[in-house]
Design a protein around this ligand. Structure first.
Ligand SMILES: Nc1nc2c(ncn2[C@@H]2O[C@H](COP(=O)(O)OP(=O)(O)O)[C@@H](O)[C@H]2O)c(=O)[nH]1
Ligand SMILES: [Mg+2]
Length: 317
């Protein structure tokens, strides 16, 4: 079987909770407090992705900081986000050292992050690259104006289009998809440099944040289910390499090239596309607001699976 067939093959199960299907995989947070006499090797992971994709929310959700009922006020992130959190695997607890790479790659904070974690022989073992199917928050008003001025909505024939959404939301999504690709290219440049200087196993999770926004808004249950199946198939086709390189999207081609460069053998089976909901908030753009769907149970299930997978990949499994 082709390397990427195996990666794509995990997607139906990983997005099963979104489609209301039960999946055999464990989706409770694994917290085994087995006494472990040997200090375990720490593993370093970086959260990457363009501005507004949900990196900081994901970081806080992994640390289980977004679970109470307290309302959360979205604001731009601090310049420097670095932490440790714990996942637990069958082999015990694992401490993960995490750094969020600023979305603005050509800023001073990003340059400092690059020097500290991606240069001078240092490299992350694992990368969570965050994408949002176009629902990234566009923080500043100037950029919002630019989006309104320069880009049209996605062509309804584009497999990424969600023509049932307001036109202005589609306009924002069209803009975001291009930025996602540009950001990925820059991120891959950083990673190639860092991984050149390192040896040993690597892992990569492409995290699809905000899937609660892209669930179908149709009232007819069966039709909604069909629409969701189609959407999540399109998501995988866009973000993951295809059966044949000629059918790769621009994004997928970049991912394929990165993995080829570092070597498939360094990743083994530790590559996945996974949906994850950090915290459900409406998507707002230019006065139009799209409420999130899905419940807290869905959020918790996806988050547990995601956190567990990081633990498993960090263990080399
Ligand atoms: N509906 C929904 N919104 C989210 C989710 N995660 C993040 N957001 C929204 O996306 C915005 C940007 O997230 P943030 O983590 O600050 O993005 P960053 O710039 O990549 O760090 C937040 O203010 C939230 O409104 C999610 O899982 N679901
Ligand atoms: Mg942030």
């Amino acid at each position: 079987m082709d390397y990427w067939d195996a990666v794509r093959g995990k997607w139906p199960e990983d997005c099963a909770p979104l489609l209301g299907r039960d999946a055999p995989a464990r989706d409770r947070l694994v917290i085994k407090r087995r006494w472990n006499p040997l200090p375990r090797r720490q593993t370093g992971m970086a959260i990457t992705g363009m501005p507004g994709t949900g990196k900081s929310f994901l970081h806080q959700a992994l640390r289980r900081r977004l679970e109470g009922d307290d309302p959360i006020t979205p604001r731009e992130s601090p310049n420097y986000e670095k932490d440790r959190f714990v996942t637990a695997t069958d082999q015990g607890k694992r401490h993960i050292e995490l750094v969020v790479v600023p979305g603005q790659k050509f800023s001073d904070p990003a340059e400092r992050t690059r020097e500290r974690y991606f240069a001078n022989g240092r490299a992350p073992t694992g990368v969570v690259h965050v994408v949002s199917w176009g629902f990234s928050k566009i923080w500043d008003e100037n950029t919002q104006d630019v989006v309104r001025g320069i880009s049209g909505p996605l062509d309804p024939a584009d497999p990424r289009a969600m023509p049932q959404l307001p036109e202005v939301v589609e306009q924002a999504r069209a803009f975001t998809f291009q930025r996602e690709l540009d950001d990925l290219a820059t991120t891959c440049t950083w990673l190639r440099g860092a991984w050149d200087a390192s040896t040993g196993p690597l892992w990569l999770i492409i995290a699809l944040t905000m899937p609660d926004l892209l669930l179908s808004r149709l009232v007819d249950g069966a039709a909604a289910r069909r629409a969701d199946e189609a959407t999540f198939a399109a998501v995988a086709a866009h973000y993951l390499p295809a059966a044949h390189p000629a059918h790769d999207s621009g994004f997928a081609a970049e991912v394929r090239a990165l993995v080829n460069y570092a070597g498939e053998n360094r990743f083994g089976t530790r590559i996945a596309l996974m949906p994850v909901i950090s915290y459900r908030l409406p998507f707002t753009f230019r006065g139009v607001s799209l409420p999130p769907l899905g419940g807290d149970d869905l959020r918790a299930r996806l988050m547990s699976r995601f956190s567990n997978r990081i633990g498993v990949y960090g263990d080399g499994g």
